[in-house]
Design a protein around this ligand. Structure first.
Ligand code: AQP
Length: 332
């Protein structure tokens, strides 16, 4: 079976709809066809300041949401990044293989550091993509299921895998991005020119999966569309409507052409009402399942401990190979 690896940050509060449709939903599907490794990336989270108690709680919350979304510890390996020290160890080697200029070209760093003020951004935020490289290469992943915003980081991963292999001999699998075109970028409900994101979206533009279902329905109903009335998929002229169609089609497993037909001659109100209902149907049990995992932290922690053990077995083997290739003297 080909292998997949992906990660998600332990965000305060909740995953948002972009995280779910762009990434987590694919993770669930890939469990059946791939040897799947998924992690909560707490090392990545501390690239911006975190309250320690909240970080710990959010790490459990992220794991609970992943299980609620359909990850099954019997069919995939679910773990917490800091439980596997090899991530930081391989990241150091990768840091030393990356050019400063090369790292400086990462657009996500430019965006995020611009928001914080370049001087205040941490060096960790700068090297974040390189830690991501290590995350992926440690597991010899063939594919990495992510949203479009991660494409550049996967390119960097490929470059560094090839560079290491070229310099030291074949060691790492060169991974490919697994990005589903239709859902690669879910847009903000209030500003369909920007991606839905926890840092850039306003509360009304962002659907948090654990929000009150009623509040979510309200956000869908007040989504920005356009002054036209036709329900048609056209990302250039009708970005707001197209985004709603994408979300609706994916959540309900309906084709977009079918939806266009269904709403022919109907107004935006009808589409929004139906989508709001579909959203409520999705988030209500999701919220309940998440809570059930949170109410039983012992079970949750033991799932994560088993996941870490499985992950470490793979990561340690890859790291040992990399250490040997680089020329580190083995500890006797
Ligand atoms: N709007 C989106 N559409 C599709 N996919 C998305 N992802 C994020 N936003 C969208 C994908 O979600 C996965 C987990 O992402 P993360 O843990 O890196 O979270 P993030 O990127 O920090 O989420 P945000 O909201 O995008 O955060 P900020 O605001 O900090 O940039 C990834 O696979 C990502 O592609």
């Amino acid at each position: 079976r080909p292998r997949v690896l992906s990660g998600i940050q332990p965000t305060a509060g909740s995953f948002h709809l972009g995280n779910y449709l762009g990434a987590v939903r694919q993770w669930v599907a890939l469990q059946d066809t791939h040897d799947a490794f998924y992690m909560v990336v707490d090392l990545h989270a501390i690239t911006v300041p975190q309250d320690p108690a909240e970080l710990r709680a959010n790490t459990r919350l992220a794991a609970a949401q992943l299980l609620a979304a359909g990850l099954d510890p019997e069919r995939c390996t679910l773990f917490v990044q800091s439980h596997v020290p090899e991530h930081a160890q391989l990241a150091w080697i990768m840091n030393c293989l990356t050019g400063f200029g090369e790292a400086s070209r990462m657009t996500q760093f430019k965006d995020k550091s611009a928001k914080q003020g370049a001087d205040r951004a941490s060096v960790g935020l700068f090297t974040y993509p390189i830690l991501q490289v290590a995350d992926i290469l440690l597991y010899q992943a063939n594919e990495v299921p992510v949203g479009e915003d991660q494409r550049q980081h996967i390119e960097l991963t490929r470059d560094l895998a090839e560079r290491f292999n070229g310099r030291f001999g074949a060691t790492f699998t060169v991974p490919a991005p697994h990005i589903l075109k239709e859902v690669a970028k879910i847009y903000d409900l209030q500003d369909p020119a920007i991606k839905m994101s926890k840092s850039a979206s306003t509360p009304k533009g962002l659907i948090n999966l654990l929000d009150e279902p009623k509040a979510t329905a309200k956000k869908v109903k007040s989504a920005v569309t356009d002054t036209d009335t036709v329900i048609r998929y056209d990302t250039v002229h009708k970005p707001g409507v197209s985004n709603l169609l994408t979300i609706y089609a994916t959540l309900t497993g309906t084709g977009i052409p079918e939806l266009e037909q269904k709403y022919a001659g109907k107004g935006y109100g009808a589409l929004k009402t139906d989508l709001a209902e579909a959203m409520v149907e999705f988030v209500t049990p999701f919220k309940e399942r998440t809570q059930a995992y949170l109410d039983d932290p012992e079970t949750l922690d033991s799932i994560l401990a088993k996941g870490a053990e499985k992950a470490r077995a793979v990561a340690a083997e890859t790291l040992a190979q990399a250490y040997e290739k680089v020329g580190f003297l083995p500890a006797k």
